[in-house]
Design a binder for this molecule. Structure first.
Ligand code: SAM
Length: 278
């Protein structure tokens, strides 16, 4: 770490409500020698609305130019300048530009700090009502169906709450596929237009979410982790057999029990057949 070096501040900005811009964020922007903004027009709009007067130079820093511009920003910091990185909304780096410049700064020994604040994923998580002691942030849902299905299949055994970003346009399709992979009972929360006038938090299940049509706006989707297993597949062999004896199709009984108890359908079926053979 260099003595008296400047600093790169990763600064979070509002995701819909300008009042969420912190007093410290305002001060950092005004005192910065250099502001690297994802979209300079949006940055100046925010400054105008919030009467912020940056005294330093403002440059654009978006995904396509990260590699090219990161070096210059880090050089400025190493010269002793205060640089601020801001994205269009929320926390830079989180599905927003920033990863490259943070790493370059760290590699070259420049100081990096944060001015924390809004992040849609965290807002959605805490409003979902699902467990938040451990969680996975998954970013945007994949656009290709094969990749998407793979992501959803992984959630079958994921015990932690997962958070996704998704466009309103693709939400219906994603929820339909998610239901096919995880079943209708998995609980989800759709957090729409967070912190804005028309904020909407829908806590529902994948089965019920089918009926949602024509959602618009910005969306973060929270998926509850796999329900705790109530036992092992072997604990339910007797129940499956009894239901089959009463006339229910064995396959249907096994499927229903497995879903209810969050145990493996395949394993329960195998154990019932194994017992019959004995
Ligand atoms: N870095 C940002 C953050 O910290 O939240 C995320 C940037 S990512 C490019 C933009 C996505 O975040 C949107 O497409 C949407 O899925 C989600 N998002 C952003 N603002 C939101 C809001 N007000 N309500 C719900 N989701 C939001």
């Amino acid at each position: 770490m260099q003595e008296n070096a400047g600093v790169l501040t990763i600064l979070s900005s509002p995701i819909g409500n300008d009042l969420d811009l912190s007093p410290r964020a305002r001060k950092e922007i005004e005192e910065a020698d250099l502001v690297a903004a994802e979209d300079t027009r949006r940055f100046w709009d925010l400054c105008r609305r919030e009467k912020i007067k940056p005294r330093g130079r403002v440059v654009s820093y978006y995904d396509q130019v990260e590699k090219e511009k990161a070096g210059k920003i880090v050089e400025a910091v190493l010269r002793g300048e205060k640089a601020v990185l801001i994205s269009d909304a929320g926390t830079p780096v989180i599905n927003d530009p920033g990863y490259v410049v943070v790493n370059e700064a760290l590699e070259k020994g420049a100081r990096v700090t944060s001015c924390p604040g809004p992040c849609a994923a965290v807002c959605a998580l805490v409003l979902s009502g699902f467990r938040a002691d451990r969680f996975c942030y998954e970013g945007f849902i994949a656009r290709k169906e094969g990749e998407r299905r793979k992501e959803f299949k992984r959630l079958k055994d994921e015990e932690r709450t997962s958070i996704f970003y998704e466009s309103a346009k693709r939400l219906e399709e994603s929820l339909k596929e998610m239901e096919e992979e995880l079943g209708p009972d998995r609980r989800i929360c759709i957090a729409r237009e967070l912190t804005k006038e028309h904020e909407q938090i829908l806590r529902t299940t994948l089965g019920e979410a089918k009926n949602l049509k024509g959602m618009i706006g910005e969306i973060a989707l929270v998926v509850e982790g796999r329900p705790e297993r109530n036992g092992e597949a072997g604990d339910f062999v007797q129940e499956a057999e009894q239901r089959a004896l009463k006339g229910e199709r064995l396959k249907d009984a096994v499927k229903e029990i497995a879903r209810r108890e969050s145990v493996s359908t395949h394993e329960l079926y195998r154990l019932v057949l194994e017992k019959r053979e004995k």
